[in-house]
Design a protein around this ligand. Structure first.
Ligand code: 13P
Length: 253
């Protein structure tokens, strides 16, 4: 089956406006015309409209790092789907591990965000992944399948196809320690089996599951060659244009 990978950069809370725009311009120059892989970058909220200008006319889409589940009103500090679409976002990350474990977002909150994105025509990237202690306690499959079940609650078969899942083992994020291709593939295969149970197998084959956690040029090709890894959600390396380009290249080959 022909697979088109999806590689996205999550810039996290790192770049100022000028840096974001400069980074986007550099990426446009290096990979802006690539069609063989779907690409997106997710800058901080405040940089979205600047980055949208830099990405205009390129094949690089834009996503937000988070989103709120209400339309508008008295929700100080939050950002709605309509606002994100207004500045040019196609994607929104929901349930990144840093939001789960630093900010304290629950599966219920994350599910509301996923449903809101779907309802309003934004594509959610739903992140799941176990803590190191959970892996050591042999709870990885339980934790990840619970996060998937709860995160996708109420999502129809017709809509799940537009959801990207991202398996990001928390112990591999920003640590330089990557899951081995076998470790990642094992969890991705489980997620796909679960999607087969929740929906059906044909559909499960077509839902994209990204891997995230210290993806870099040196390990990208081997990870992306795994049968159930359909792309990558890249943190640190997405801030370096040459590294991000090399990861995109690994996805094409
Ligand atoms: P790193 O690639 O820096 O480990 O970050 C991964 C991540 O959290 C992407 O969302």
């Amino acid at each position: 089956m022909e697979r088109k990978l999806f590689i996205a950069g999550n810039w996290k809370m790192t770049t100022l406006l000028d840096e974001s725009v400069g980074l986007a311009e550099a990426l446009v120059e290096k990979v802006g015309a690539v069609e063989a892989v779907d690409m997106a970058v997710c800058p901080p909220f405040l940089c979205l409209s600047g980055v949208a200008g830099a990405l205009a006319g390129s094949k690089i889409a834009m996503g937000a790092q988070d989103v709120f589940y209400e339309d508008n009103g008295a929700y100080t500090g939050e950002v709605s789907t309509v606002m994100l679409k207004d500045v040019g976002c196609t994607y929104a990350i929901c349930g990144h591990s840093e939001r789960r474990h630093v900010i304290g977002e629950t599966d219920e909150i994350i599910n509301r965000k996923v449903l809101k994105c779907i309802g309003d025509g934004l594509s959610p990237i739903l992140c799941v992944g176990e803590l190191l202690t959970e892996r050591q306690a042999d709870e990885t499959m339980d934790v990840v399948s619970r996060q998937i079940r709860l995160g996708l609650e109420g999502v129809s078969a017709a809509d799940v196809i537009g959801v990207t899942l991202a398996y990001e083992p928390v112990w591999a994020i920003g640590t330089g320690e990557t899951a081995t291709p076998d470790q990642a593939q094992e969890v991705h295969a489980m997620i796909r089996r679960l999607l087969g149970e929740l929906y059906d197998e044909t559909l499960a084959r077509n839902v994209r599951i990204q891997y995230g956690g210290s993806v870099k040029p040196e390990n990208a090709a081997e990870l992306l060659a795994q049968g159930d890894i359909d792309g990558a959600l890249v943190g640190g390396a997405s801030l370096k244009p040459d590294d991000f380009k090399a990861i995109i290249q690994a996805g094409i080959n």
